[in-house]
Design a protein around this ligand. Structure first.
Ligand SMILES: *Cc1c(COP(=O)(O)O)cnc(C)c1O
Length: 389
């Protein structure tokens, strides 16, 4: 189905931060398939984990214990606020699981009337019917009505608007600590702490959608950690399998108390193949110095992008984001920039608010930053030469 406006390029292989197209040309991948291939392409440790597991066992279903999923759940909870984990296969399933946990929590404590979730403008939570109902944007929703009831949207970074939206039917507040599809819009730490306070005051669950900004992307394992807050529920996917489809919902014991046998499920979720890769990704991300390196390279890339924006104010209005989750807000069209970068062999991802998302693999070095910036400079020079003044 023609649901995507695809660029006319097909890739055959990947090595680290680079992709090779069918015609043999190499591209520097600063898009990572939309913040997915966090450890780059064909990472030896992931290839080893996947192929070793592939020869042993792929799938058994959740009718049986899956030791690798127990291990991954233990590691995710040991490194977060969480105490319970549910595994799924994609972001939108993690979102759905998070909303179900919130409704079921209030049901189990005798507040079944609490089912609504406050979400934020420019937010994105996935493409299921509930996902588009929770997300922002007429384009996502047009023709798919009626929407799923139970979502109330308020302006992002506006704690007072969130407070005013709370009613006796509110179950939870859900936000992306850094909005991704909306255009790399970080939540103000003060706003995050205020939302936590609102949730505490009203007995609401705070759900962090970390599907894009989590798993090391901002230089912390989870982006909410920068604000020093603890959500009650967190949705993960994208970078979690570095290209293998796997997602998870992480929750506190308290928040997950309603999730008893039979209340939720997934045929594929947490299967041995996905769990082998998920554990291998964590092996790398939890290594000493990995996240510190994301912070260092992120800061350097940010400096270089700021300098690029100063050289080309006619093309780039603003640089924003954190860690290796950065955005260039375009003066003209973000698509022109994305296309110009791609013509120079650099892949980036368009986002909302006229932004070019710069989402390199978390393993990049100074060499990749230099290469990426050289390509961006060439693209900007060409674009500036053709742009009407
Ligand atoms: C990508 C994304 C989703 C949806 O994930 P899918 O795997 O495409 O279903 C949900 N929330 C956020 C913040 C995302 O970036």
């Amino acid at each position: 189905m023609p649901t995507y406006a695809r660029a006319d390029v097909a890739f055959e292989r990947g090595e680290g931060a680079y992709l090779q197209a069918e015609d043999g040309s190499w591209y520097l991948d600063f898009g990572t398939g939309i913040a997915v291939t966090a450890l780059g392409h064909a990472h030896p440790h992931l290839v080893e984990a996947l192929t070793t597991q592939a020869e042993k066992l792929w799938h058994v279903s959740n009718l049986y214990r899956i030791p690798a999923s127990e291990r991954l759940a233990e590691r995710l909870t040991a490194n977060s606020f969480g105490e319970r984990v549910f595994f799924c296969n994609s972001g939108v399933e993690a979102f759905e699981g998070a909303v179900k946990i919130a409704r079921r929590y209030h049901h189990s404590v005798g507040n079944s009337e609490r089912y609504r979730v406050i979400t934020f403008e420019q937010g994105f939570h996935g493409r299921s019917l509930a996902g588009i109902s929770a997300s922002s944007g007429a384009k996502l929703r047009a023709g798919f009505e009626p929407l799923t009831p139970g979502f109330d949207q308020v302006p992002f970074n506006d704690a007072e608007a969130a407070r005013a939206a709370v009613t006796g039917e509110t179950a939870a507040v859900m936000l992306e600590p850094v909005q991704g599809d909306g255009g790399i819009r970080p939540a103000d730490p003060q706003f995050l702490r205020e939302v936590r306070r609102i949730c505490d005051e009203h007995g609401l669950l705070l759900i962090a959608d970390e599907i894009q900004c989590g798993m090391g992307r901002t230089g912390a394992l989870f982006a909410h950690q920068w604000a020093g807050i603890r959500p009650d529920v967190m949705a993960l996917a994208k970078g979690m399998g570095s290209g293998f489809p796997v997602g998870a919902v992480v929750a506190t014991l308290e928040a997950a108390q309603g999730m008893t046998p039979g209340t939720h499920g997934s045929t594929f979720g947490g299967n041995p193949l996905a769990m082998a890769v998920g554990n291998a990704v964590l092996d790398v991300m939890l290594e000493d110095g990995f996240l510190a390196n994301v912070r260092t390279t992120g800061a350097r890339l940010r400096e270089e992008l700021d300098a690029l924006a100063r050289r080309h104010p006619e093309l780039i209005r603003q640089v924003r984001g954190s860690g290796l989750m950065l955005g260039l807000q375009a003066q003209g069209s973000n698509l022109d920039l994305v296309n110009a970068f791609r013509a120079e062999g650099l892949l980036t991802v368009p986002g909302g608010d006229n932004v070019v998302r710069v989402l390199p693999p978390l393993i990049i070095t100074d060499h990749h930053i230099d290469d990426g910036l050289a390509r961006m400079d060439r693209a900007c020079q060409r674009l500036a030469a053709t742009e009407p003044r």
